[in-house]
Write a protein that binds this ligand. Sequence first.
Ligand SMILES: [Zn+2]
Length: 333
Amino acid sequence: MTQAPVDNELLPWLEPNWARLQQALAIDRLPHALLIVGARGLGKRRLADLFARALLCRTPGPAALPCGTCTDCRLNAAGSHPDWRRVTPDPESKSGEIAIDAIRELTDRSALTPVRGTRKLVLIDPADRMNAAAANALLKTLEEPAGNTLLLLIAEQPGRLPATIRSRCQLLKLAVPPQDQALAWLTPRLGAAAPVRLRLAYGAPLRALDAFDQATLDNRETLVRGFIGIGRGELDPVAAAAAWNALGARLSLDCLASSLCDLLRLAVSPAPPRLADPGLAAPLRGLADRIDPGAAHRLLRRVFEARGLVESSLNPLMQMESLLIEWARIGQR
Ligand SMILES: [Zn+2]
C-alpha cells in the first residue's frame, strides 16, 4: 500500500483538493506541513505524490501537473530525486511503526536543504503509524520549520496523532466522492462489478478497484449467509467463529459490520436506498422485523471497536466467538 504510483492522472474527485493546493501555491501560502487525511482508497498518497512531483517539475503542464519528461520528473519516475524523501515504516519491523531513527534523520538540517531546486519535500507515510518517540522528534521539526521544506503527512486515522502535531499542520481532508462521479471513473475499469465493489469499499474508488478480487467477494457472500444463518438459529455461532476467523478477522469484522448496518436500515425503512448486500435483502428483512434495534446498535459499536484494534487483538478467535454469540442472542430472541 505504501508503494508510490507514478502515473500523472489527477483523479477527478481530487480536483477540488488540487485546486486548493495550487491556489495556496500561487499566493505563496503553502504551509510547512500538510496533513492529508481521509478514508482508505480515496487517493491520499496519490495526491501527495502528484503534488510533490509537480512542485519539483521544471516545466509543469496543464493544471500544473508534472510534465513527466524534464530531468526532475525523470529522477522522480526512477525514485531517485534527491529532494523527494519518503519516510515509511521499516519493512523489517514487526510493529509496522515509524521509529524515531527515521524521523531523527529529518531533524538534521542538511537533510532539509534542497539539492537540485528550491524546495525539499518529505512524505511521512502513514504518519499515524509513528510511535510516540518518533512523533516527539517530528514535533521539533514542526516547531522550527525550515523555510524551503514541505512535510506531507498522510493519515487514515489522524486521531492517533498527538494534538500538538495536528495543530501544526494544515489539514487537507479528502471526501468520499459522489456515487455518480465514482462510478463514472470505476465502470470502465471494473464493468458491471463496479457498483457492488464501490458499495463494499464504502464509496472509496481506489479501494473498490484494488481490494475485492473474486475470492474475497465469494468469501463475503459466505460470511453474510453465515450471519443470516446464525441469526435464524440454523448455525452454531462458536463453530461459525472458527470458520470466519479462518477467512480473516479484518474481512469478517467488516462483513459483520455491514450486515448489521443493513439490518438496522431494514429495521427502520421498508426499502432503504443503500444496502451493502441488496441481493440478500429478503432474508435480512425477516431478521430485521424481530430484532431489538438498540441491542443491534450496541453490537455494531463493539464490532467497530474490534475493527479499530484488529492489528493488536491478542485473541481474534475468542473475540469473534463473543461477537457472534451476542449476534445469535439478538437474532433469536
Ligand atoms: Zn517535469
